[in-house]
Ligand binder design. Structure first.
Ligand code: THU
Length: 140
């Protein structure tokens, strides 16, 4: 991926931090998902008083895209921290990795974790979800 493209995603994810609804954990997360067609879908975490219905930033972004008919993706950038302070990397939870497995090629899909434009690491989904279960496993 081009550095310029990565910087655009980092900026978009950072912008999402202001919309994070995290009154329980106070841990704010922003995500920016780059579709194959070049569109960017953003997301933030949305918590709930009943806890379990809470949604991560990554899944918010994926569900926004899929609900608009977009199912092919290149990369996602995820940033987060306590009260939105970006001190360390925020890796995706297991549920979000599984959602990525549904729509992304694990060898190609990139997951960008960072604390800002000057500090980020790029992983493939396969690196973060080795031996993951996906749609291909249901085929004979
Ligand atoms: N969270 C995300 O939104 N994405 C991640 O990658 C990790 C965790 C959210 C869920 C919850 O609202 C808060 O961060 C603390 O777990």
């Amino acid at each position: 991926m081009k550095q310029e493209q990565i910087h655009t995603l980092i900026e978009a994810a950072e912008t999402q931090l202001q919309f994070s609804y995290a009154p329980y954990s106070h841990f704010k997360v922003g995500a920016a998902l780059l579709a194959q067609n070049g569109s960017v879908y953003t997301g933030c975490n949305i918590e709930n008083a009943a806890y379990a219905p809470s949604n991560c930033a990554e899944r918010t972004a994926f569900f926004k895209a899929v609900s608009e008919g977009v199912r092919e993706f290149q990369a996602i950038c995820i940033l987060g921290g306590p009260d939105g302070k970006l001190g360390s990397l925020t890796p995706p939870c297991g549920v979000c990795r599984q959602v990525m497995m549904e729509f992304c090629d694990p060898e190609k899909f990139k997951i960008i974790l960072g604390t800002g434009k000057g500090n980020y690491v790029v992983y493939t989904l396969k690196e973060l979800m080795p031996q993951g279960f996906g749609p291909g496993n249901l085929k004979d």
